[in-house]
Design a protein around this ligand. Structure first.
Ligand code: ZN
Length: 140
């Protein structure tokens, strides 16, 4: 029937101009569906596509003045974090970047730090062993 053919053609056109879903079911390093959760309360902190490299690497290991070691990853955004206190350059781990403590917006666990460079934007350095990764496909 001609009507059926026309309807099918229209549907095809509409389908072609529709924005594609971001994820196509492939696993990869930059899977935008990969959620990164607070390991304490499992609130969503950020996601895999927010990972960035600072000074050439995503992951960094730092020591603070108390001798604690922190293994952190850099993230462009972390909507599940709240920054606390005044930004300071004192003992900063990223030259030219001020830092503030970043805590989980849900349970207030210390998750890392918010770094900001005047005119260059900011990022979050989050303590990797305080985060849990969850992929959309992980249904076990
Ligand atoms: Zn939390």
């Amino acid at each position: 029937m001609p009507a059926t053919g026309a309807a099918a053609a229209t549907a095809g056109v509409v389908d072609a101009v529709k924005p594609r879903p971001k994820a196509q079911g492939r696993r990869g390093d930059e899977d935008p569906r990969e959620r990164i959760l607070c390991s304490e309360c499992h609130g969503v902190v950020t996601n895999g596509s927010a990972r960035i490299a600072m000074c050439g690497r995503h992951e960094h290991v730092f020591f603070n003045a108390f001798g604690h070691t922190f293994h952190i990853g850099c993230f462009r955004t972390a909507p599940g974090c709240v920054s606390l206190g005044a930004a300071t350059l004192e003992d900063t781990w990223f030259t030219g970047h001020t830092w503030q403590v970043a805590i989980c917006a849900r349970c207030a666990s210390h998750l890392g730090w918010r770094y900001e460079a005047p005119g260059a934007g900011g990022f979050f350095g989050l303590i990797l062993n305080r985060l849990t990764e969850q992929t959309a496909e992980g249904g076990t």
